[in-house]
Design a protein around this ligand. Sequence first.
Ligand code: ATP
Ligand code: MG
Length: 211
Amino acid sequence: LGIPQRTPGRTRLGVMGGTFDPIHHGHLVAASEVAAYLDLDEVVFVPTGQPWQKADKEVTDPEHRYLMTVIATASNPRFTVSRVDIDREGPTYTIDTLTDLHELRPNADLFFITGADALGQMMTWKDAEKMWDLAYFIGVTRPGHELTIPEPAEGRVALLEIPAMAISSTGIRDRARDKMPVWYLVPDGVVQYINKYELYSADDAAAGAGS
Ligand code: ATP
Ligand code: MG
C-alpha cells in the first residue's frame, strides 16, 4: 500500500481534524480503526478554529467544541486533544495544523485521517502539495460519499474501509433542535454536555462557554 513503516525511535501519530460541532461516534470509530490498522501510538484530535469552508455558517464556540472533544476521548489512553487550531488566530487551514504539530512533535510521523467527503475536496485546500511532505493521509469510508484518491495525491494517501456510521454533526444539531434524541450517536458525556449548556437549541445556536 505504500504506508510508511514503523521507524525505531519515532512515534506514529494520527491526526484527526474536525469542527467537532459536536464530536460523534463516526469520528471516534474512524480514529480507532485507523489507529488499529496503521499501528498508531496515539491519535490527536484537533478541533478547528473557524473552519474556512464554514466561514458563512454559525459554528459553536471553540471552547465548547474543545471540551466535548476532551470528554469524548478521555477514556481512550491513545486519544489526546490539541488546541493548536483553536488557539491560532484566523481561519483554520490543515497546512498550518500539520506545520504546528510537526514543530511540537519532531519525533512523530504524522498520519492525517479524513473521511471520504473531505478527502474528495482536499486538492482545493491551501498549499495541498506541501501537505504531503508533512503527513501521510488516510481516507476512510463514509456513507453517501465515494472514496477515491485525488490524482495528484497518489502515493501519499491510503484508503481504509471502516464500519459505516451514518452520523453527521449536522444531523445531530438538527435532531437536538427538533428535540429528538441524540443518545448513542454521541458519547453519553457529550449528550449531557449538550443538554447542560443548551447547545443547538433553536434560539441560541452558538452560546458562549461562560454564558
Ligand atoms: P458537519 O455535518 O458539521 O460537517 P461532520 O459530521 O462532517 O460535521 P466534521 O467535524 O466536519 O464532522 O468532520 C471531521 C472529519 O471526520 C472529516 O474528515 C469527516 O470526513 C470525518 N467524518 C465525520 N463523520 C464521519 C463518519 N460518520 N464516518 C467517517 N468519517 C467521518
Ligand atoms: Mg463535515
